[in-house]
Design a binder for this molecule. Structure first.
Ligand code: MOS
Length: 734
């Protein structure tokens, strides 16, 4: 049966199989689902960041046209907490009068139409007894969590090595709060039928949502069905079970009708998580000839008042370079801010900015080319675990990137490259993203007409999961892509992994690999005692597949078509199940490698007009086997655009007095537009990884990592100005 060495899926991409559905409007996003007696919900949010609700007057809202219910903490039933997981749900809403952040829900209004609900929600009168919110990470009142992820690391003695190093460098870097802004406004449509709940939602993890809602409403999991065949982007915003989802289900149960709740764009800024701000201090010690002897990286990120957020910023530094003495520490500071949550490349996006900026600064102190400095400290094996990498082609990333970009044309001195009025700067960053694979299940069915159906309860957040999983299944079953359908987004399907952490392709692909192998086994079981079959008595490892047939390896004429086997045995179809569990690194004796990459950036700065432009980006990525070069390239391009946003535009502004989000609209929160996006080259290098049977590593987040540092480094090269704070806005530059 096909093994990872044999199949060849790298090469030209395949168009998205769901493309026609999307462009013709036939793809149903959560907002597209409706019911004949659908009611609509609108939210009322706290206008203060800390304190308690002192008065709520719902009379005007209740008397508003079309209103079916107004639910507040005064009349809401008690709801249970969802189970604690790594991406745990916030506590259920409307369970008390305490206010912990601006935008916290204080009421949900249900009415016959969305307009009626919105109008009535404005008539809810809320008064608050406020306390002074904790909004600054240096506020002495703020609770500080140390080592919250139990990922702090230490090897050698960083402090001693720093004090005796020939060259030392130290700086503090900051990054701003950013807000995930998927185009699709998060929508939940909830419908109860007795104790059975059906929910359409923009989740990135249907199974977790099902488990959480079952617990919150105290109904059996089997009675909850979550559907998410299409979602309008996620970038991490759909990883958790947000309070508005619980409110939609609560509203539906209260009025006894299906309810639709669509967040507004301002509500997206307070209700579905955001990337935390960071303050990071880095100290580096090196020899004169550019060998790192010590790195100390301490990161402090912001955190909401209760609950957790997995955002390890410093820990990646432990394995970035071959350096004998390293200490990394992550801290979190609790503030009266809306919930923090993963936003594409959590932790690495911020941590890499600090480390790769510091490496660039060190290169100037040493008078060594920034690329050369990185190569001199290349980690050939995992420096913390002392194990060989499961795969690592970062050196090739640097070499190919330097060649394609023309790094050798870079003049060393800042401000030394110019074209007319434009100062030109070259910058680079080395990048990685951590390994993340989760248990996953899938099923595969072959029918007598020669078509296959492969299924798992995952989501495709726009990454191309529909497409690459259909391709992979076709390859593993020896069928034409046109004969394979991959179905997802429904908790009635086999339990799926989260579409997050760049891990779904590895998790799900491995499950599909198992399911397809088991399916071939099921066919062999069917013919085992059939004297007329040329496959009788064959084991799965003795056969190959292709053109809809199973045949003895090396002897293509000794085989049978799937459909012939089904017909001969009076079967309409055969199915098999497959499950994958992440491999245990220690058992394999390998260090799990996430994707690696090198980002090369050219910026242009017009110092008279105060213009900063990214002119070119070359990204060379090692993500193991690339299942579809076209969709993978799109992932890197999309991540790069997000990275340019983080580096130059995006900043969620919290009003320092009130805790209000001051720029919660697309008019005020800047994201890159087409004119900000330059020519981008994406090149994949490397070999299949050894940690899963399909050899993939993941491309979802790596495309964002490193853009902050590469742009900051290029800005320094162009202008001589070192910006240690993202976003790099023109006011910081001049
Ligand atoms: Mo990604 S931030 O894990 O959706």
């Amino acid at each position: 049966m096909t093994t990872v060495e044999q199949f060849d899926l790298v090469g030209e991409g395949v168009d998205r199989v769901d493309g026609p559905l999307k462009v013709t409007g036939a793809a149903h996003y959560p907002n597209d689902f409706s019911f004949p007696d659908l009611a609509h919900a609108a939210l009322v949010r706290s206008t203060v960041a800390a304190g308690r609700i002192s008065r709520l007057d719902m009379s005007a809202a209740q008397a508003s046209p079309g209103v079916l219910a107004v639910i507040t903490h005064q009349n809401a039933p008690s709801l249970r907490r969802a189970p604690d997981t790594i991406l745990s749900a916030p506590p259920p809403p409307l369970q008390g009068d305490r206010i912990l952040h601006y935008g916290q829900y204080v009421a949900v209004v249900v009415a016959g139409t969305a307009e009626e609900a919105t109008a009535a929600a404005r008539r809810v009168e809320a008064e608050y007894e406020t306390t002074e919110p904790v909004l600054d990470i240096h506020d002495p009142r703020a609770e500080v969590l140390t080592d919250p992820f139990e990922m702090d690391s230490s090897r050698g003695d960083a402090e001693a090595a720093l004090s005796s190093a020939e060259v030392t460098f130290e700086a503090t870097y900051t990054t701003a709060d950013n807000t995930n802004n998927p185009l699709g406004l998060f929508t939940t449509v909830a419908a109860w039928d007795g104790e059975t709940l059906t929910v359409h939602d923009a989740t990135q993890w249907p199974d977790q949502l099902r488990t959480a809602l079952a617990r919150v409403f105290d109904v059996p999991e089997s009675g909850v069905r979550v559907l998410a065949p299409f979602v309008g982007g996620g970038f991490g915003a759909g990883l958790r079970v947000w309070p508005h989802v619980m409110l939609a289900a609560l509203a539906a149960r209260t009025v006894g009708r299906p309810v639709k709740l669509v967040l507004t764009r301002p509500e997206m800024f307070t209700g579905v998580g955001h990337r935390t701000a960071t303050e990071q201090r880095i100290k580096i010690g090196a020899t004169r000839d550019g060998r790192l002897v010590a790195i100390d990286h301490e990161s402090t990120t912001t955190l909401q008042m209760e609950g957790d957020n997995f955002e390890p910023c410093a820990s990646g530094t432990a394995y970035a370079y071959a350096c004998p003495n390293v200490s990394t520490r992550d801290r979190q500071v609790r503030l009266n801010i809306p919930w923090c949550n993963s936003m594409r490349a959590p932790g690495e996006a911020q941590g890499n900015f600090a480390l790769e900026s510091a490496m660039d600064e060190l290169s100037y102190e040493l008078g060594i080319d920034p690329l050369e400095l990185r190569l001199r400290n290349y980690a050939e094996s995992h420096p913390q675990l002392g194990l060989p990498w499961s795969s690592k082609a970062l050196r090739e990333c640097y070499e190919v990137g330097a060649e394609r970009f023309g790094w050798s044309h870079r003049l060393r001195e800042p401000c030394s490259m110019r074209e007319g009025d434009w100062l030109i700067g070259y910058g680079l960053a080395g990048v990685s993203f951590f390994w993340f694979q989760k248990p996953c299940q899938a099923s595969a069915t072959l029918r007598r007409d020669g078509t296959a159906l492969v299924r798992s309860a995952v989501t495709d957040i726009g990454t191309g999961t529909y497409t690459v999983m259909a391709q992979l299944s076709a390859e593993l079953l020896g069928l034409d892509l046109s004969r394979v359908t991959f179905e997802l987004g429904d908790t009635n399907l086999p339990p799926g992994a989260v579409a997050g952490g760049s891990g779904l392709t590895a998790s799900l692909g491995s499950a599909i690999h198992a399911a397809c192998r088991n399916l071939v086994q099921a066919f062999l079981d069917t013919v085992r005692d059939d004297p007329t079959s040329s496959l009788a008595g064959c084991a799965v490892d003795e056969v190959s597949i292709g053109h809809g047939r199973i045949y003895r390896t090396g002897s293509p004429e000794d085989g049978e078509a799937y459909s012939d086997i089904l017909a001969a045995h009076g079967l309409t179809e055969l199915s098999a199940h497959g499950a994958s569990t992440p491999a245990a690194p220690r058992e394999l004796g390998l260090a799990p490698a996430g994707p690696f990459g090198a980002r090369f950036v050219e910026v242009r700065v017009d110092p008279d007009l105060g213009l900063l432009r990214v002119a070119r980006v070359v990204s060379v990525i090692d993500a193991g086997r690339i299942l579809n070069e076209k969709t993978a390239t799109s992932q890197i391009i999309g991540g790069t655009v997000g990275g340019i946003g983080m580096a130059m535009f995006e900043e969620t502004v919290t009003d320092p007095g009130s805790g209000r989000i001051a720029n919660a609209t697309f008019g005020d929160y800047l994201i890159p537009v087409n004119a900000d996006i330059p020519d981008m080259q994406v090149i994949f290098v490397g070999r299949p990884d050894r940690f899963n049977p399909i050899g993939v590593k993941g491309v979802g987040e790596i495309g964002l990592v490193g853009m902050g540092a590469a742009i900051a480094n290029a800005v320094h090269h162009a202008t001589g100005r070192r910006i240690r704070s993202l976003p790099i806005t023109i006011d910081k530059l001049f």
